[in-house]
Design a protein around this ligand. Structure first.
Ligand code: TYD
Length: 136
């Protein structure tokens, strides 16, 4: 059962507007409900491609459109939410045990993923039926 941090959501990040350029930030437990263990980013996505299409047993994450735009589809096993990300000062929070997919990348989009765990192939759920059974 998914018992903690049950909802995917948009998290608004600080934006310090400045004539020299804007600045945004996030910090463990202030803007995000977890401690950061890893960052990775997705870029140079060919037109029409999508990434993700899996869930994690334990990992939580925040997905930010650092450049360009894309959609994040978050599925808790019963309902799907689609978030359109197009701003560097907002992130899409995905709890553990959510099926998530990133699609409709614009040209030159960069997705930064802020992750609560180090990479571990055993934490992935790649089979949607397994995911559905776990989240029942
Ligand atoms: P994966 O998370 O499956 O990407 P996507 O869901 O977008 O298709 O990762 C793709 C490959 O990259 C996979 O072989 C594992 C590797 N990888 C790492 O080695 N370290 C990482 O931090 C990540 C995210 C992926």
């Amino acid at each position: 059962m998914n018992t903690v941090n049950l909802e995917s959501k948009i998290i608004a990040l600080p934006k310090l507007e400045d004539d020299r350029g804007n600045l945004s930030f996030l910090q463990n437990f202030d803007q995000i409900p977890f401690e950061i263990k890893r960052l990775y980013w997705i870029y140079d996505v060919p037109s029409g491609e999508s990434r993700g299409g899996h869930a994690y047993y334990k990992l939580e994450e925040l997905i930010i459109a650092l450049s360009g735009s894309f959609d994040v589809v978050a599925d808790d096993g019963t309902k799907k939410e689609k978030y359109h990300l197009n701003s560097s000062n907002q992130g899409c929070y995905i709890p553990m045990l959510f099926w998530r997919e990133i699609k409709n990348f614009s040209t030159n989009a960069i997705a930064l993923i802020v992750s609560s765990r180090e990479y571990n192939a055993n934490d992935y759920i790649y089979d949607y039926n397994v995911f559905k059974n776990i989240t029942k």
